[in-house]
Write a protein that binds this ligand. Structure first.
Ligand code: AMP
Ligand code: ZN
Length: 109
């Protein structure tokens, strides 16, 4: 599939990988907006959370957050996921932004 994050998952384009297992991989964002800005993705191609995700992959994503922050040595962090173009999604392969290291204001809606 011609998708930049699928290519990272397959090791076809370089990324600064933080954590990887058979279902998920996390890597540093190429254009970090905070001292810690890492993306966690499922290795299978899913556009965003509007799509059905197998239960084992859903669990692997949650576990992947925990494993990633452990490796980063970070204990307080924010998870952001943009779902749909109107929500700011630019890469249409599900990803969670893991952001830390800045004074983060309370989330507003
Ligand atoms: P979003 O707006 O939620 O779709 O976020 C996409 C994110 O992917 C942005 O923060 C980009 O900087 C990041 N990004 C795009 N291409 C790459 C890449 N090849 N390696 C790492 N991060 C990337
Ligand atoms: Zn993909």
């Amino acid at each position: 599939m011609d998708c930049v994050f699928c290519k990272i998952a397959r090791g076809e384009i370089p990324a600064r990988v933080v954590y990887e297992d058979d279902k998920v991989i996390s890597f540093h964002d190429i254009n970090p907006k905070a001292p810690v800005h890492v993306l966690l993705i499922p290795k299978m191609h899913v556009e965003n959370l509007k799509e059905e995700i197998p239960a084992d992959v859903s669990y692997a994503l949650i576990r992947g957050i925990r494993e990633t922050v452990k490796r980063l040595g970070v204990s307080e962090y924010r998870i952001i996921s943009n779902n749909g173009r109107g929500a700011g999604q630019e890469v249409f392969h599900l990803h969670f932004h893991i952001v830390a290291g800045i004074e983060i204001p309370p989330a507003t809606v």
